[in-house]
Design a protein around this ligand. Structure first.
Ligand SMILES: [Zn+2]
Ligand SMILES: [Zn+2]
Length: 316
């Protein structure tokens, strides 16, 4: 009897505690760059919002990370591409085709839909061509539905709303990833008076600051190289010039004042003789311009976007 009362009291306590709404959640599936590392997979960020599963970029290993989260590959509602550097795309054919085959994580029976800048339709068409034999073999051999391997491209060539469904709005905004690297876009996801920014790959860019006004969470790329490394190579100087330094990101974050700023797509350059800068220097160098909430992203780190933004780390 006493035990039952205590249990009831505990249950009441649990249910009366304020619980953060779980209807807007962001998970970093991959926080790396082109370097094939085991601890940081290629760039990919999952946004679970209003009951929809939206994926931004599909870097190497995105499908493994989704399955680690127990999310079926076929459960994605929409995939968005920021630009055409291969590290953001190489997981796309895997996700597309593996999400179609018979195991429980697959079984997609409706077309795979991808939003992205001009060039997306050509990419999808060429993937269909490259894997035409896989498609034509598996349909009769595994009795797979032809509709599940179809792809639909939704291309855009200017800033604006690119996706709107059941209160979820996705807006694309051009970013500056360098003179030769066009098109390149970032995304803003709005839902129920909350907003998340995905920077995409970009240098310091005022267009991003304007697009990100009032956002609760900013998921931003960053690049870091030591002065010694930069002095040693024109190629490294060019790479760093395509990205945002921690000091520059600090200016962006200070302008926007989000509830949380998160680093992803960590470009930590090194050479055979000059090592990577230590990870904590990302924080110390950002602090020269920004004192607000800041975290260095890890694969499978999640953020619940509510009145506050809280962090959780899945066991890997
Ligand atoms: Zn990149
Ligand atoms: Zn890039």
């Amino acid at each position: 009897m006493h035990i039952k009362l205590a249990t009831t009291a505990l249950l009441l306590l649990v249910f009366s505690l304020p619980v953060a709404a779980q209807d807007f959640k962001v998970t970093l599936l991959g926080t790396g760059d082109p370097i094939p590392r085991i601890d940081r997979f290629g760039p990919a960020t999952l946004v679970e919002v209003g009951g929809q599963e939206l994926l931004f970029d599909v870097g190497r290993g995105a499908s493994q990370r989704l399955v680690q989260m127990n999310i079926a590959l076929s459960a994605l509602d929409a995939v968005f591409l920021t630009h055409f550097h291969h590290d953001h795309l190489v997981g796309l054919p895997d996700l597309w085709m593996t999400g179609w085959i018979p195991p429980p994580f697959g079984r997609r029976s409706v077309p795979f839909e991808v939003w992205g800048p001009t060039g997306t339709a050509s990419l999808l068409k060429n993937l269909e061509e490259a894997f035409a034999l896989n498609t034509s073999i598996r349909i009769p051999d595994e009795l797979l539905p032809p509709a599940g391997i179809e792809m639909i491209a939704h291309e855009f060539d200017a800033d604006g709303v690119v996706y709107e469904k059941d209160g979820v709005k996705v807006t694309a905004f051009a970013v500056n990833h360098g003179e030769l690297i066009k098109p390149a876009y970032g995304y803003r996801i709005d839902y129920d008076d909350r907003a998340v920014i995905i920077s995409g790959d970009t240098r310091f860019d005022k267009n991003l600051i304007a697009a990100a006004k009032g956002a609760d969470l900013i998921v931003h790329e960053v690049a870091l190289a030591s002065d010694e490394l930069l002095a040693s190579s024109e190629q490294f100087r060019r790479i760093v010039a395509h990205h945002t330094t921690p000091e520059e990101a600090g200016i962006v974050f200070a302008e926007i004042a989000p509830k949380l700023a998160v680093y992803t797509h960590l470009v930590m350059l090194s050479s055979r003789t000059i090592p990577e800068a230590p990870l904590h220097s990302l924080i110390t160098r950002t602090r020269t311009n920004y004192n607000g909430p800041l975290v260095i992203g890890e694969d499978l780190m999640s953020f619940i976007v509510d009145d506050t933004v809280s962090i959780s780390r899945a066991a890997r």
